[in-house]
Ligand binder design. Structure first.
Ligand code: COA
Length: 329
């Protein structure tokens, strides 16, 4: 048994900040940001929350799949920007959409999160544990962004994307994913919990909120080098494992971090840029939401055809990276 994606949805906040808005906060320019990252603007959750965006994206994915919420057995939310610690975002989504019978939990693996959540759901569905799963990536990264740090605040944005997976008959080909982690390099991209003020859990010291380590901190060059090396590698691994050639792949749906990273991956794989759709110019890096948002856009634009093989590839904090092959419904 394997599973197939049978519906997608996304939610993007309407409030936008373009590069000139960012240039009013830190010393930078539209030209610099576009050239180094490809980002032109990002959408910011003002009235929305991580849960409200996730629930909206989930509802749209279920509508696309034509599946009622009562039939969902598993809700998995990938996020690093939960609104609260308890209850988990997936349980809150369950409540919002009325998926009464679902088992719900969150997964935290930053920008590789959607790929890992997809793999997790796939494993459950392939084993026959569940039949229908909702896999969601939702992020309010604006809450974790240090708006005084020009090395990071230019990059990130908010949004949510979702996919409905359904178990399908054994005749359909199953693809195995490849994933990796390297905890020894975790310092390259980090963010301290707001609830552990210098280790004094429960003894809240408000002044600690101003400590920069409570916002995302990144060694940009180290992360860049990691991504351009590891992403083509893991895509090569997943193709080899599944005995696929690059010419059998219609699209590579990469985590949308930086245009230069996507271009470098295409070059290393010796594949044309047309196979690497991008929307990071509009949304910036939305961490675990970026892959399902892009997938949903392509689905709704009619760019995906039945039987096409797609590679999903994520990479980010941890460090973590991984790739999965999907065959479009
Ligand atoms: N505007 C203008 N100048 C900036 C700037 C900004 N927003 N940010 C940094 N600079 C300056 C630096 O101070 C430095 O100046 P100097 O040469 O006078 O010292 C110069 O630009 C080059 O800085 P550097 O950090 O080497 O830039 P870069 O080419 O590596 O680009 C990133 C910075 C963050 C865009 C790039 O490293 C990157 O995209 N990394 C990957 C990040 C990522 O994708 N993370 C998420 C992964 S999931």
């Amino acid at each position: 048994m394997t599973a197939t994606i049978c519906g997608t949805g996304s939610y993007i906040p309407s409030y936008t900040m373009d590069n000139n808005d960012i240039a009013r906060l830190v010393e930078t320019s539209d030209e610099w940001i576009r050239e180094r990252t490809g980002v032109a603007r990002r959408h910011i959750a003002k009235d929305e929350t991580t849960v409200s965006m996730a629930a909206e994206a989930a509802g749209r994915a279920l509508a696309d799949a034509g599946i009622p919420p009562e039939e969902v057995d598993l809700i998995l939310v990938s996020t690093i920007s939960s609104d609260v610690i308890l209850p988990c975002a997936a349980c809150e989504v369950q409540k919002e959409i009325g998926a009464l019978h679902a088992t719900c939990f969150d997964l935290s693996a930053a920008c590789t999160g959607f790929v890992l959540a997809y793999n997790t759901a796939l494993a459950y569905l392939s084993q026959g544990v569940y039949r229908t799963a909702l896999v969601i990536g939702s992020e309010s990264l604006s809450n974790l962004t240090n708006w005084k740090d020009r090395g990071t605040c230019i990059l990130f944005g908010d949004g949510a994307g979702a996919a409905v997976l359904r178990a399908v008959d054994p005749e359909k080909r199953a693809y195995l994913p490849v994933t990796h982690s390297d905890g020894s390099k975790g310092a390259a991209l980090s963010c301290k919990s707001r609830h552990d003020y210098n280790g004094l859990i429960g003894k809240i010291r408000p002044e600690a909120m101003l400590d920069e380590s409570h916002y995302m901190q990144m060694d940009g060059q180290a992360v860049f080098k990691f991504a351009v090396k590891r992403v083509p590698e893991v895509i090569g691994e997943v193709l080899k494992l599944n005995r696929l050639d690059t010419d059998e792949i219609a699209y590579y749906i990469l985590h949308q971090a930086n245009k230069r990273i996507v271009e470098a991956v295409a070059k290393r794989l010796n594949e044309p840029m047309e196979k690497f759709p991008m929307n990071l110019q509009e949304y910036g890096n939305t961490s675990s939401a970026s892959i399902p948002i892009l997938l949903d856009e392509m689905n709704r634009e009619g760019r995906l055809a039945a039987g096409q093989k797609l590679v999903l590839a994520g990479f980010g904090a941890g460090l973590t990276w991984g790739a999965a092959v999907i065959e479009w419904r």
